[in-house]
Design a binder for this molecule. Sequence first.
Ligand SMILES: NC(=O)c1ccc[n+]([C@@H]2O[C@H](COP(=O)([O-])OP(=O)(O)OC[C@H]3O[C@@H](n4cnc5c(N)ncnc54)[C@H](OP(=O)(O)O)[C@@H]3O)[C@@H](O)[C@H]2O)c1
Length: 337
Amino acid sequence: MRRVNAVLSGLGNIGSRFIGVLDRKRDVLRDKYDLDVCLVAAADVEGGAVAPDGLDLARVAGLRGTSIGTLGRPGLTILDILREVDADIFFEATPVNLKTGEPGLSAIRAALGRGMHVVTTNKGPLALAYGELRALARASSVQLRHSGAVLGGLPTVNIGQRDLAGATILRVEAQVNLANSYILHQMARGMSYFDAVRSAQEQGCCDKDEALDVEGWDAVIKLVILANSVLGMDAHLDDVQREGIAHLRAEAVLDVRASGRVLKYVAEAAYQENGRYDLRCGLRALPPDHPLAALGPLQMGVVYTSDLYGTISAAIREEEPTPSASSMLRDLLTIYG
Ligand SMILES: NC(=O)c1ccc[n+]([C@@H]2O[C@H](COP(=O)([O-])OP(=O)(O)OC[C@H]3O[C@@H](n4cnc5c(N)ncnc54)[C@H](OP(=O)(O)O)[C@@H]3O)[C@@H](O)[C@H]2O)c1
């Protein structure tokens, strides 16, 4: 049996569910993969707990809003833990901060520096410092995995990194933002922009402050992560041509519908003769037989076109965060499977 000592930062929707999944899949991990994953430390914003023989996974998964510090030490931070505890892998699931990348960025740097593999669902550190983190991981001979950071449970990054082996990716097109696709869907059915935004907020697929979505930033962030981790670029947020949908006129949407096309918000990377990619996030009027045109408003999807494998498309409808949380198990098994 291979024992893997794990540390986790962040016990919200993703972190708690991931621990629940680890608990549920304990037998599968043992029988099929010969793995015994031991959670030797975890922290949230209020405190942390360390247990060299492993924390009780069911108890940690069931904390539901009570700080993990109640099982250990209030005030113990993830950076304290990463300094003190010897572990093999660090799971990072704290909130996105697109200005500083914190608290995830410092924690990921610390874990990689101590020779731990890192798995994260947090877009902030990846969007701001992917090149640096990848170099750190290589220097420490460990892996940086983030298959849940772009499109959650859909293995978008893995398809591009692994399954298109040897190919030149000619185009990536993706429906990455639920809020924008839901808003466009409602507008194509005659709603005004403002009513459609309100409806998306009621549906829970759009933040109270819709700016990040409707101005296109959420899509830009995801495209930059894909560009860097799949297309081998060193792209930054301002390398992406960005068009938002704020204040879109209802007539513009209805005109596209009348023409028999489907208006979608698409994040897109297009291969150029010089070997680089043009990156763009914006509206596209797609023909009805385009794989993204068929996606429902609450689906996310990606279409890869490459020189060897033709056109491959994949889609997901993720109604709650278990698929995203399970991406951390997928990444663990990519590393140890
Ligand atoms: N939810 C999804 O469907 C989904 C899908 C894909 C990717 N993601 C990404 O995954 C990450 C986690 O998402 P989530 O939905 O689980 O967020 P969440 O529910 O807000 O949970 C975040 C967790 O991080 C903790 N935290 C905050 N600051 C911390 C710090 N300094 N040190 C340690 N822990 C800290 C929070 O503690 P407190 O609760 O005590 O504040 C909370 O436990 C985010 O980056 C998100 O964008 C989420």
